[in-house]
Design a protein around this ligand. Structure first.
Ligand code: HEC
Length: 395
């Protein structure tokens, strides 16, 4: 290929690349922001945006304009009045005290020289800044406390670790391993979500594999009709069945149990799972099955020696989609499990109070619930793509 065509091809594919990069950025920037925010201390989250993590702390600008000319940018220039010394700053915790010091004369000269004394608001900001640089109120740039608080379900004004250290633990927390599975925490909700999702993924796929084999390789009356009916069942909206099923569950005592939600997800997963698996198994080469039958293989042998191993790609992509859909499901979990066994989606909603406080916990909670889907996506990417194509290529 000569350089010119190569250059021309590069130019032609440029718009596509730019669009793809743009899409990635649109997706990545907010996720990155959420991730960074989830590791910041509450006070920082409330004061500044996540993109300022590497900027100077709040108050630096004010300090620079008013005080740096004498005290230096780091506050240590005057040896007798080192503003990073906690013992000195201790006396100026309140902006009122600081202001009166700034208005007082030093050796017959105004403290601030030619510079005008800052207003109260600015003085308060500067006082806070001094508390920070002197270490009285030092806080780390990043902290795990949002994650810890969300994980154990801490709802207080300080932090779980702080409260436990002070011995003033919040209600229903014990400050030991028991807290890891506190019913109000994300840790417990994570386990509950796993406990809902795994059987609800395996069961429908297992049954669908049997059904798909029967529909593809066994001859029985009404096969086409039954398959058509199953395909048609896919359009039944889930909401329509909430009332009848929950009444039925109430009669047999399945409301609020894991078994109930497994059965529900299995029922709703089956039509599509059967449809997809049937299309996949039906397109496997007929000859291998026929020669297996000629050699005397039973249907059971053909099923687990031929059909299942050959259908692994379909099973994998189906499993991924079913798992993700159940992991992110709120409606079914809310109706059939509710607060009895809170799952992640349910618990995330509980993190924020109606007054809007506690949303620093939400950032960590969101990441806890995103973690598994992201891992699934990253490690099983090729099945993911195949799953997206499965409907279009076959069928
Ligand atoms: C014109 C120079 C100048 C400016 C501007 C200035 N200071 Fe000072 N500051 C001084 C000097 C000089 C001292 C006295 C050092 C000493 O006592 O020996 C002092 C002392 C202090 C002290 C210690 C007082 C004590 O307890 O002895 C504090 C606190 C202080 N400054 C805070 C500030 C803050 C905050 C700002 C900015 C809003 C500021 N200063 C701006 C020159 C300045």
């Amino acid at each position: 290929m000569n350089p010119f065509t190569r250059f021309w091809n590069w130019i032609k594919s440029l718009p596509v690349h730019i669009i793809l990069i743009g899409l990635c950025i649109i997706w990545l920037v907010p996720s990155l922001g959420l991730l960074v925010t989830s590791f910041r201390p509450v006070q920082d989250i409330n004061e500044t945006g996540w993109w300022t993590v590497f900027a100077k702390p709040k108050g630096f600008e004010e300090f620079k304009t008013y005080c740096a000319s004498c005290h230096g940018e780091d506050g240590t220039a005057i040896a007798t009045a080192d503003l990073t010394d906690p013992d000195l700053v201790q006396n100026y915790r309140r902006s009122f005290n600081l202001l009166s010091s700034l208005e007082r004369d030093i050796d017959g000269q105004p403290h601030m020289g030619d510079i005008s004394v800052p207003d109260e608001q600015t003085a308060a900001t500067i006082a806070a800044y001094m508390r920070r640089i002197s270490g009285i109120e030092a806080r780390p740039k990043f902290t795990l406390s949002n994650y810890i608080d969300a994980f154990v379900g801490y709802r207080g004004n300080k932090s779980y670790q702080q409260d436990c250290a002070d011995g003033t633990q919040a209600v229903d927390l014990h400050c030991d391993v028991r807290d890891l599975t506190n019913p109000r925490g994300m840790g417990r909700a994570f386990l509950n979500s796993l406990f809902v999702s795994i059987p609800s993924t395996i069961l429908p796929i297992l049954f669908a594999a049997f059904a798909a084999y029967a529909f593809s390789w066994m001859d029985f009356k009404g096969r086409q009709w039954m398959f058509a009916l199953l395909v048609g069942l896919q359009v039944v909206p889930l909401q329509m069945t909430l009332i009848p099923i929950s009444r039925l569950y109430a009669q047999v005592g399945l409301n609020g149990t894991f078994l109930g939600i497994w059965l529900f997800h299995t029922g709703f997963g089956l039509p599509y799972a059967i449809y997809l698996m049937r299309n996949f198994m039906g397109s496997l080469p007929r000859e291998i099955f026929e020669s297996a039958y000629l050699d005397g293989a039973s249907h059971w042998t053909a099923f687990y020696r031929l059909a299942i191993p050959l259908s692994v790609p379909a099973i994998a992509s189906l499993a991924i989609f079913q798992f993700l859909w159940i992991w992110n499901d709120l409606l079914v979990a809310l109706v059939f499990l509710g607060g009895q066994h809170p799952v992640l989606t349910y618990q995330i909603g509980n993190m924020v109070t109606s007054l809007g406080s506690g949303w620093h916990l939400l950032t960590a909670a969101a990441f806890i619930s995103m973690a598994l889907p992201m891992l699934v996506f990253l490690f099983l990417q090729r099945y993911f793509v195949r799953g997206l194509l499965a409907g279009s290529v076959k069928g």
